[in-house]
Every structure is written in structure tokens, then in C-alpha cells.
Design a protein around this ligand. Structure first.
Ligand code: PA5
Length: 413
């Protein structure tokens, strides 16, 4: 992985602050230091990989997997699975309460034998709780308790929450989310690893990539540390009045990497009246919807581009007997053309006073993705500490819940 600041002010004047923030993180003296368990996940998870792979192999014997979770309890798995692609049906539930979505889901599994991985650290979140109840109601009408014990996998807190008694009583396979790992930092725990392994992906390589990045960002306090560089770039942009960071990618498969990244940075930094607003666009499609605003609208944004150098698959542009004005591209690689579009857009945006930096991945495989995830997490922690907030809490998320509970008539609200 490499960072490229050709079209950006890297904000190197903030490097001292970034190094100090990194020091606070590594010494456990930052705000929210009860939640630093994610730092060691790439090595801590190695001992759990065999058990996760064994559970994944059982899931793969069923017709598919339904991952029930919201926020940090599903976005990481979805990001990795959609970026890498899968030959195994994996669907997601519990991240919305739409009746049509869940009715269609029930219809689609009517004659199938799907496994369920219910993921909730607290075990009390309404959205996945309701989806799980609806799915269990469906499953219990079709399968015996013994059959269900082979199909239900629960990932939750070691002791607390409403899933614990059920796991004990029904004999479901369970995985634990550590007390010291927050949801949005949990993709490299069983929260992400089990669905990713069930999708047929190599979680050992994912962890190896994450460990390789941990070895860089945790040991280097110099300006060569890519996580410090990214944290400087972001904070310098923010302090110069650019309040919105736009995540750009040119591959539809990366859409959920952006969604995961938005939660990670939005929930970690948006508090106390501060924080960069993380937004994303998918190019080329959004060039024809948001492109005008980005090029000439109010100058509030800076960009971070995720650039994958080598494609997993490519297509050569065929020759055509029809004069469609594109023959000059015949014989060229579609991936190469996509990356030229990236360079052209970057140049145009730069001339439109939008600075951008590139995060360049060699290819989109498990190892590179592991590196990327750990890089984003570490840089997020450093960046949040530089901003002066606790990057590991999310007090504001409770506000809507209280009102919703009151409106729904939940006892005690
Ligand atoms: O990052 C977070 O902590 C949140 O996004 C949670 O993951 C999300 O709210 C789901 O919570 P839970 O796993 O307790 O159901």
C-alpha cells in the first residue's frame, strides 16, 4: 500500500501532533483507552482462526448465510465480501426495519436451508433483534431445535445481552466480541471473520495483511508512517475549512468499503460539535450526478481516492466495424482506461480547487485488504485524538433510540 500526495497539501506541519497522538494511543493514555483491544486483533485472532474456519465450513454446507447485524456488526464483513466477491450466497438483515426488505428475504429462503450469523455486541439493538426474531420464527416453523443448533451462529458479548441465555439454552455455536473492542473496530474479530470465512475468503491472509500493517504503523513514529500521514492530511484540510472528506472509488465492489469507512470515521470523530463529515461517491456513475457539484460547487471538500493498481480480471476493448467514435480505444485494457479516468478527474478537480490524495493498493485480495482495514482503523484513532475527541465512544447514537423507545411504548421510556 502506498499513499500519493501529488495533488494535495500533506499537512506535514502537523506531524509532531500526529506523532504525539500515536504516542498516547500506544501508551494507552488517550481518551477511551478501555477500547484498544482492536490494536492487537491481527495476532490475537490467530488462535481462533481454526475454530472460525470450522464453523464457516459448516455454514458453507447450508444453502447460504444471513448475517444479522447493524453498524459495526455488519459493515466490515459486507465491505470485505463485496470487495473480494463470493461464490456463496451471503445476505444481510437487521440493518434496516423495512417490511418489504424482510418480507422479500423470507420469501427468498422459503425453500432453502440458510444459516444465520446473528451479530450484536450488546445483544439489545432493536433493528437486528427484530430481524432475528422474525427469521427465527420462520426457521422454527421449519426446523427442529437440533437442526437449528447446526444453523445458528451467534457473535456477542461474553456474558451480557439477550443472546447469551439463548446460546446456552439452545446450544448454538457462539463467538465472543471482546469488551475492549468497539463495533466499528471489530472487523478483524469474529464479527467480521466468520462471515468473511463463510464467503470462502482466506481470513488467514486477511489477518496477515493487517499484521503487516500493524508492524508498520505501530512501530514507526516518523513522518514515513502512512497512518500519521493520512491523519495529518485530514486534520490539515479540516483546519483549512474543508469540512467534508469525499471517499472516491472507481470500482462498484468497493462501495461498502466506503460505507464501512464512513461509519468508522463519522462515529469516531463526529462529536462535541467537531469532526470531518465523511461522504463517498462511486465513480464513474456519480461523475454524472455529483460531478458538477464537486467540480464547481461550494469549496468545502477534500478527496481521498482508493486506487487499485492491478485488476483481478480485465477486458480488452474489442474492435468494432461500426463507427461509434471509440475505435481509438480498441485493444486497450478497460482497467487501464478506468485508471486514466481517475487521473483525469483528479487533475480536473485539482484545477477546480479540490485537493485529493490517493491510497494505492497493489491489488484487491485478502492480504491487501487486511492492510487497508488496519491502516484506516489506526489512522482514525490517531486522527480522532488529534481532533481532541474520544474516538472510541458514540454517545450521540443513543439520542434517537430513547425517542423511538418512547414512541414505541417500551416500558421504562
Ligand atoms: O460501532 C458501534 O459500536 C456501533 O455501530 C455498533 O456496532 C452498532 O450500533 C450495533 O451494536 P450491537 O453490536 O451492540 O448490536
Amino acid at each position: 500500500m502506498e499513499l500519493n500526495f501529488q495533488h494535495a497539501d500533506p499537512g506535514l506541519s502537523l506531524m509532531g501532533e500526529a506523532a504525539a497522538a500515536r504516542g498516547l494511543l500506544e501508551s494507552g493514555k488517550c481518551k477511551g483507552s478501555d477500547f484498544l483491544g482492536w490494536l492487537g486483533l491481527p495476532s490475537a485472532m490467530v488462535s481462533q482462526v481454526s475454530r472460525i474456519e470450522e464453523a464457516a465450513a459448516r455454514i458453507r454446507k447450508s444453502d447460504g448465510l444471513i448475517v444479522v447485524g447493524i453498524g459495526g456488526s455488519y459493515l466490515g464483513a459486507r465491505a470485505v465480501i463485496e470487495a473480494l466477491g463470493t461464490d456463496f450466497p451471503v445476505v444481510f438483515a437487521g440493518h434496516n426495519m423495512d417490511s418489504l426488505y424482510h418480507s422479500d428475504l423470507l420469501n427468498s429462503i422459503q425453500k432453502k436451508k440458510y444459516s444465520i450469523n446473528v451479530i450484536s455486541k450488546s445483544g439489545t439493538t432493536t433493528e437486528p433483534g427484530l430481524a432475528f426474531r422474525i427469521l427465527m420464527n420462520h426457521m422454527e416453523s421449519r426446523f427442529s431445535r437440533d437442526e437449528l443448533a447446526g444453523l445458528i451462529f451467534a457473535t456477542t458479548d461474553a456474558n451480557k445481552g439477550s443472546l447469551r441465555p439463548l446460546i446456552k439454552e439452545r446450544g448454538w455455536t457462539d463467538f465472543v466480541i471482546g469488551d475492549d473492542v468497539g463495533g466499528r473496530f471489530s472487523v478483524l474479530s469474529p464479527v467480521g471473520l466468520l462471515p468473511i470465512a463463510a464467503a470462502g475468503k482466506n481470513i488467514r491472509r486477511l489477518l496477515e495483511g493487517a499484521q503487516a500493517m500493524a508492524d508498520i504503523v505501530r512501530k514507526d513514529s516518523s513522518e514515513k508512517n502512512p497512518a500519521l500521514q493520512y491523519a495529518c492530511y485530514r486534520n490539515a484540510s479540516y483546519r483549512s475549512g474543508k469540512k467534508i472528506e469525499l471517499f472516491l472509488s472507481y470500482q462498484p465492489g468497493l462501495h461498502f468499503i466506503a460505507e464501512w469507512w464512513k461509519q468508522l470515521y463519522g462515529e469516531s470523530e463526529g462529536k462535541e460539535g467537531k469532526g470531518i463529515f465523511p461522504a463517498s461517491v462511486d465513480f464513474s456513475s456519480d461523475l454524472h450526478s455529483m460531478g458538477q457539484w464537486i467540480q464547481e460547487g461550494e469549496r468545502l471538500i477534500f478527496e481521498t481516492i482508493l486506487d487499485v493498481i492491478h485488476p483481478e480480471k480485465d477486458i480488452k476493448i474489442p474492435s468494432s466495424p461500426v463507427d461509434d467514435g471509440l475505435e481509438y480505444l480498441a485493444g486497450r485494457s478497460l482497467h487501464e482506461i478506468n485508471r486514466i479516468a481517475l487521473a483525469a478527474v483528479q487533475d480536473a478537480h485539482s484545477k477546480g480547487n479540490v485537493q485529493s490524495m490517493k491510497i494505492m493498493l497493489d491489488r484487491m485480495d485478502e492480504f491487501n485488504l487486511g492492510q487497508l482495514l488496519y491502516f484506516y482503523e489506526y489512522a482514525c484513532a490517531v486522527s480522532g485524538i488529534m481532533l481532541g475527541v474520544n474516538p472510541f465512544d458514540q454517545p450521540g447514537v443513543e439520542a434517537y433510540k430513547k425517542t423511538m423507545f418512547r414512541m414505541l411504548g417500551k416500558p421504562g421510556f
